[in-house]
Design a protein around this ligand. Sequence first.
Ligand SMILES: C[S@@+](CC[C@H](N)C(=O)[O-])C[C@H]1O[C@@H](n2cnc3c(N)ncnc32)[C@H](O)[C@@H]1O
Length: 258
Amino acid sequence: MKKISSDTVRADFNDLLAVVHYTRAAHELGLWKSERALIERFFPDLNAPLLEAGCGAGRVTLGLWEMGYRHLTAFDFAEELVDQAQSLAAERLADGPNGITFLHADATALDQCHALRDLRFDGALFMFNGLMQIPGRERRRTALRELHRVCRHGAPLLFTTHDRDVSPTERVLWRLEAARWERNEQDPRLVEFGDRYFEEAGTGRTFMHLPDRAEILADLAATGWTHAFDALRAEIAKESRPVLAFSDECRFWVAHRG
Ligand SMILES: C[S@@+](CC[C@H](N)C(=O)[O-])C[C@H]1O[C@@H](n2cnc3c(N)ncnc32)[C@H](O)[C@@H]1O
């Protein structure tokens, strides 16, 4: 059976179910309270050029615009989602989406995106676990190195992960999964321990790597990012019911480009 690759993930995000799911979130949900609080805290300059990786259908991009950020470049490797983000911006921004550039690009190969070639950013965001949807730790590190390359010294990077050990139940489930890996009885499509590939009604198929805290700290250090902050979402803000229905608990991370 074939291992999950970036082609699998891209196809899953281009699938109609996922496109409808993320487009609806972009239209109806907008920024979570926790996202807004951290953006205000770590991205104080509304005129700073910001890069949003894995923008999907534009939920965060449009939220940033509504907060007053005016130099936004957002990209995703799923063409269908980028199209949706562009339509939403055209609909919401009366004078046309000046100030937001949407691009089709892969976070692990930003050098292949011509439009990004000469641009440098004073901040980057990779929200709602997008970084963890890159299969393979070395490829996730490549994405972190690419974001490092296109950001200026001191730029903040905000992203989220889903902790492997967030609850006692999950700790038990992951102990059982570890035993499966020891016996080589894991789902053969998975790339590494910590990976999940699951299907949910209304969302479609999702690949996600669930790290522990030590793994992310090591990945940041190895790719030139200095850890500045991390906390669970529930420690940052009390989210509304629709946000809780859309997304499980996650850990927010902020690092600065060294
Ligand atoms: C969970 S969705 C989040 C979308 C949007 N940021 C939001 O919060 O609604 C993760 C996004 O990351 C994108 N993504 C995953 N791997 C990527 C990669 N290597 N390069 C660019 N985008 C990627 C997916 O296509 C998807 O749109």
